[in-house]
Design a protein around this ligand. Structure first.
Ligand SMILES: Cc1cc2nc3c(=O)[nH]c(=O)nc-3n(C[C@H](O)[C@H](O)[C@H](O)COP(=O)(O)OP(=O)(O)OC[C@H]3O[C@@H](n4cnc5c(N)ncnc54)[C@H](O)[C@@H]3O)c2cc1C
Length: 626
């Protein structure tokens, strides 16, 4: 029987990052997946990033994961969302060529040292149950092959007992065109792991030859596109493709309503809980009954295909109703549909059953990542995959797990939320979930995480040295602005050109940049000595922009840092693993039950569990506090 350090089940977004990280760190890794032609397949929209999700991709890249580079290499349109808002909200988003994205991932994985691929379905997980707690020992595949492993990472996405719905028809499947998997959920339940059902959905895919683009409003990418990866190995996209805006109407809504009786969402057929913030079009009609139109986006699925994704039109209404409604949308009157929208229900495992390392609390050496943890989205899945891959490798080598804190990364917020709060609907990341948004910006993800990625062994020496150089240039530029003053005569004309009142005395460059209307790039243009400094040091536009953000937000950054440090004190107070909460009469009964089930490892974690009140936290502080 072949033996591996790490077996990753499933090559979706979570599985690809997990396998890549574990293998690159030095673990002999098997990536076991049903279909090698669909690695990192985009089951839903052909895009990566967006609000809060874009920050996650930058963090994955900064830590040494691969999603950012793969995205850059396959981008067909790039936009920095929320540019008009504060820097904490800037969020990169890229439309991708779906098949090239998948092919790029496959190419990388096939050429990763220590990584082996096996195309087959895992149908059983094997355990050693001789000790106090079960421990995984391997997997059995549909073809009857057994593989042994020290650790297993389950990243099966929407495939476990998957059931697809379109109107009154339903069919077993992991996603359109793929078989569902049976056996894994049952194996996990047999050792005490709980499971639940969730639901998600996707819109119809359309044939470009039958779309009247003349009638549609194009939406172009950024004039000066940026990119996701901090490394030099990728470049911003050169040729971008447009997306198009389309709108529903009352007529479209009336047509859709004719199918409501046959909707599996409304007639009780679908039992799983769906994502509230990513609703189907029929959900939107119910929730916003007064709205006369909804905006939809037509997004190309790639450079060499006619397939278009209709963002915002996710549906599980009968196909005929979907088609009828589409034909009433301006520009889509004659549209041919490649495949209808559908919904899918699948098994997930409540993530409060995991430690922060993403290892199961119930079964040793078993890790979970991605949609199986009740999340939704490629980025959320990839982030968990990366951490699970790192931690499974570290488990094999007997090293402490890596846990990111809430003030270090959105990935830290994501995992902490999952493990301490659990999920009652598919979890996606929002900026509002993070309490330290000014610290967790997309622009500084490398400063937050690249030193760790380097220490772990996922960032090369050459890349790290470039990062160190960039950081030192940034610091020296900020230092220069703090130390150098501007005389009135040097700036008066510039201030007047901006419509600002003249000033009566000179100030440091730093103080001028603090003002809303003044940019550092603008000052570079009007101050010869600043320009000279920048040229001599070889400081590029990116660093000027970073310095400006750091300066403009310096007050907020400092404040958030202080709050984070205070809360860190709670994170530093550990609670023993086997502590008997039930015997602590001074805790409320609800808190006792929640703490007993979730078993936080620190008081900080305990304080974030819903149902644990500030008074309960005080009780814990008295018991464990220093
Ligand atoms: C119909 C549909 C609609 C969606 N809509 C949205 C949406 O609106 N918004 C959004 O953010 N996300 C949506 N998603 C979810 C998005 O696709 C997932 O969040 C993301 O792909 C999860 O990544 P993952 O790696 O966890 O799983 P997946 O990408 O699903 O990958 C799972 C992988 O595991 C393999 N696999 C599964 N079981 C086994 C096994 N036993 N043995 C071997 N291989 C196995 C599969 O072949 C696949 O490669 C949708 C998904 C589907 C299917």
């Amino acid at each position: 029987m072949e033996r591996f350090d790490v077996i990753v089940v499933g090559a979706g977004h979570a599985g690809c990052e997990a396998a890549s990280a574990a293998a690159r760190l030095g673990s002999r890794t098997l990536l076991l997946t049903m279909d090698m032609t669909k690695m990192a397949s985009m089951s839903c929209n052909p895009a990566v990033g967006g609000v809060a999700k874009g920050q996650i991709v930058r963090e994955i890249d900064a830590l040494g994961g691969e999603m950012g580079e793969v995205t850059d290499l396959t981008t067909i349109q790039f936009r920095m969302l929320n540019r008009s808002k504060g820097a904490a909200m800037w969020s990169p988003r890229a439309q991708c060529d779906k098949s090239r994205f998948s092919a790029e991932w496959r190419h990388r994985l096939e050429n990763t040292q220590n990584l082996y691929i096996w195309q087959d379905s895992a149908v059983d997980i094997l355990f050693d149950q001789s000790g106090d707690k079960p421990r995984v020992t391997g997997v059995k595949t549909q073809m009857g092959v057994l593989f042994e492993a020290d650790t297993i990472i389950l990243t099966a996405g929407t495939f476990l007992s998957g059931l697809m719905h379109c109107g009154r028809s339903n069919a077993s499947g992991g996603r359109a065109g793929d078989a569902a998997v049976r056996g894994i959920t049952e194996a996990l339940q047999s050792v005490g792991i709980e499971s639940g059902r969730m639901k998600t959905g996707t819109p119809a895919r359309l044939d470009a030859r039958t779309i009247n683009f003349e009638a549609l409003e194009p939406q172009y990418g950024d004039e000066k596109p940026s990119k996701f990866s901090f490394s030099d190995s990728t470049e911003p996209v050169k040729e971008q493709l447009p997306c198009f805006l389309v709108y529903t109407s009352q007529q479209v809504h009336d047509t859709l309503r004719t199918g409501f009786d046959d909707s599996p969402l409304f007639n009780g057929t679908i039992k799983g809980i769906g994502p509230r913030y990513c609703p189907s079009i029929e959900d939107k009609l119910r929730t916003f009954a007064d709205k006369e139109q909804h905006q939809l986006f037509l997004e190309p699925e790639g450079r060499d295909t006619n397939e278009y994704y209709l963002n915002g039109f996710s549906s599980s209404l009968p196909y005929e109703v979907q088609l009828d409604a589409l034909h009433k949308i301006s520009g889509l009157e004659d549209v041919h549909v490649y495949r209808p929208g559908y919904a899918i229900e699948y098994d997930y495992f409540p993530p409060t059953q995991l430690w922060h390392s993403l290892e199961s609390k119930v079964v040793d050496n078993l890790y979970f990542a991605g949609q199986v943890n009740g999340t939704t989205g490629y980025e959320e899945a990839a982030a968990q995959g990366l951490l699970a891959g790192i931690n499974a490798h570290r488990r094999v080598k007997g090293l402490e797990p890596v846990v990111l804190h809430r003030d270090e990364a959105y990935i830290g917020v994501l995992i902490d939320d999952l493990v301490t709060k659990g999920v009652d609907e598919p979890y996606r990341m929002f900026t509002s979930r993070a309490e330290y948004r000014i610290l967790l910006r997309q622009d500084n993800a490398d400063q937050r995480l690249t030193p760790l990625g380097y220490k772990l062994g996922l960032i090369s020496e050459a890349r790290y040295q470039k990062f160190v150089e960039k950081k030192s240039l940034l610091e020296s530029l900020i230092q220069y602005t703090r130390s150098q003053s501007i005389k009135i005569s040097e700036i008066q004309e510039y201030l007047i050109s901006l419509g600002l009142p003249p000033i009566s005395q000179g100030r440091k460059i730093f103080d001028f940049v603090l003002r809303n209307e003044i940019t550092l790039a603008g000052l570079v243009k009007v101050l010869p000595k600043l320009r000279r400094f920048i040229e001599e040091q070889g400081i590029g536009d990116e660093i000027i922009e970073l310095a400006e953000i750091e300066i403009k937000y310096s007050g907020y950054i400092e404040r958030e840092r202080l709050v984070a440090e205070k809360l860190h004190r709670l994170e530093d107070i550990s609670i023993p693993a086997n502590f008997d909460y039930m015997s602590m009469q001074s805790l409320t009964i609800e808190a006792r039950q929640k703490l007993e089930r979730i078993r936080p490892t620190t008081i900080g974690q305990a304080s974030r569990i819903p149902g644990v009140s500030p008074a309960d936290v005080n009780v814990l502080l008295v018991r464990f506090g220093r």
